[in-house]
Design a protein. Structure first.
Length: 119
């Protein structure tokens, strides 16, 4: 796929090559796997009925990979700090949250002082 070895590649193949190089540099194995699946898919095209079935299988596999990545993104967005996005955008909510944290801090400091005095 390298442009120097294949000077007559299409623009889409060149874009795919550049994406593969970028993914390699970034160490993004998942993206490399997707690019590999895509290139393997295009290299093995044979327009017989069985090939069309293979294309459907590949499409299904790629859709499963996309769904898996979307699930991972959704999971990440549900975790800290992304789950505090609404809080960060609303000044009143932020002030109330700070107040709540300060109250908790004072409560636990009071407990620490209480137990220090007891021992």
């Amino acid at each position: 796929m390298h442009p120097d070895l294949n000077p007559d590649i299409t623009a889409s193949q060149l874009n795919l090559y550049e994406a593969a190089v970028s993914a390699y540099r970034d160490g993004d194995l998942k993206r490399l796997e997707i690019i590999f699946q895509t290139t393997d898919l295009f290299n093995n095209i044979n327009y017989s009925k069985s090939s069309l079935e293979e294309l459907e299988d590949e499409r299904f596999a790629l859709n499963m990979m996309i769904a898996d990545e979307k699930d991972k993104i959704s999971h990440i967005k549900s975790m800290y700090p992304y789950n505090l996005n609404d809080l960060m955008l609303d000044e009143d909510k932020m002030d109330a949250y700070h107040e709540k944290l300060n109250d908790l801090l004072a409560y636990y400091q009071g407990l620490c002082n209480y137990y220090k005095k007891k021992s």
